[in-house]
Design a protein around this ligand. Structure first.
Ligand SMILES: [Zn+2]
Length: 387
């Protein structure tokens, strides 16, 4: 072999269909990697590769970004293991949504953020307690909302804290929902960060609650089947569309109890896709009904959402919202991070929602995951029956 024909790429993923919503790419292209960077995206790159993986027939995505999860393992009863639940299923960056509060944040930083290879940020719970145990609402004692503690934590850890979280369900906030919500919005305003609001079984109907939110704030669980969701009959309520018009964002956040196929089907048919498509993975649901982010994407595709739009909402959209686009997450770009998730559609399987319903549909399964150019050891789908 002459010097001039030496391979110029470490690895080429050859022959797949690249879907990168950030660059409006949906085409059959090779992706070449050298070191931890994407070296080229184009046709016929395999001839210059030290190693080639044939991904013909597969779909090549940017490494996924999970906009809403619970990964405070060891401290919170709901914390799933970040690497196994996310990275080893194709997710390279994730936002924990309010599992840690100011009083537990130091442990979150040490045990989760610094101990896992994927990029982790969070929405800090407005209660200093955070979400330690689902049985005990973290705001039933309203004094646990200590704005100065939340603000000090956010200020000291801008690399991690990207917003605040309040769970507004009646069993979490009791009768104090309004004063707690107002204080949460005020502290988010002071910090210059978004507030994520968990709905479903709130004290008041959604339009009442939406009035308190600012552009950029996020409503989690938009397809919940619990009382006070987004629908009125078959249609999305006008107040919900009006909130979206003025910049309030909606996060699908499947979770153990907050995805109804019926609600999602009607909302999608009415043109209402979430701004962020997230799994709301936790220790309570990662073995079902949620499983992982790719399964959450598969469900919405089965209910009528276009794949490319779903991928956008699980890559570049959450990356932008979380300030991770500046670090190169959520896109495939020459010179950018070599984070790539290659997926195949499986045969049809039975997929559950969080409201007792099932659909039969194919699901997306990762076949190759690159993280910083290195191949990740993928774990099997947790819905597979083990012997
Ligand atoms: Zn959640």
């Amino acid at each position: 072999m002459s010097i001039s024909s030496a391979p110029s790429y470490d690895l080429v993923l050859a022959g797949g269909t690249v879907i990168d919503p950030a660059s409006d790419t949906n085409a059959r292209l090779d992706v070449a990697v050298t070191g931890d960077r994407i070296a080229a995206i184009g046709k016929g790159l395999a001839t210059n590769a030290a190693r080639t993986i044939d991904v013909t027939g597969s779909t090549v995505l940017p490494g996924l970004v999970e906009g809403h999860t619970h990964i405070f393992q060891y401290v919170s009863a709901v914390g799933a293991p970040a690497e196994e639940a996310h990275l080893r299923r194709g997710v390279v960056a994730a936002a924990d949504a309010g599992t840690a509060g100011a009083s537990t944040f130091a442990a979150f930083r040490k045990l989760v953020v610094e101990a896992n290879p994927l990029r982790i940020v969070n929405f800090l719970n407005v209660s200093v307690l955070g979400l330690i145990d689902f049985r005990f609402g973290e705001l039933l004692n309203p004094d646990t909302l200590v704005p100065e503690d939340a603000l000090a934590t956010a200020e000291a850890h801008p690399d991690i804290v990207r917003g605040f979280k309040i769970r507004l369900s009646e069993d979490v906030v009791g009768e104090n929902w309004e004063s707690l919500l107002k204080k949460s919005v005020a502290l988010a305003e002071q910090a210059g960060l978004p507030l994520m609001l968990h709905i479903g079984e709130t004290s008041e109907p959604l339009p009442v609650v939406l009035d308190y939110l600012r552009p950029g704030d996020i409503v989690a669980h938009c397809y919940t089947g619990k009382p006070y969701g987004i629908l009125d009959g078959d249609k999305v309520q006008p107040a919900v569309n009006a909130a979206r018009e003025r910049g309030v964002l909606f996060d699908s956040a499947h979770g153990k109890s907050n995805l109804s196929f019926e609600v999602a089907r009607r909302a999608i048919a009415d043109g209402f896709l979430p701004d962020v498509l997230s799994s709301d993975t936790s220790a309570r649901n990662w073995r079902g009904p949620v499983f992982d982010l790719l399964t959450s994407i598969s469900k919405l595709v089965a209910l009528g959402a276009p794949l490319e739009e779903c991928v956008r909402r699980a890559t570049v959209a959450p990356a932008q919202l979380l300030g991770l686009d500046a670090e190169g997450y959520g896109r495939l770009e020459v010179g950018g991070r070599a984070d790539v998730t290659v997926v195949d559609w499986t045969d049809e399987v039975t997929l559950p929602d969080a409201a007792g319903n099932t659909i039969v549909a194919p699901r997306l399964e990762p076949t190759v995951v690159l993280h910083g150019g290195a191949e990740v050891d993928i774990v099997p789908w947790r819905g597979l029956k083990t012997a």
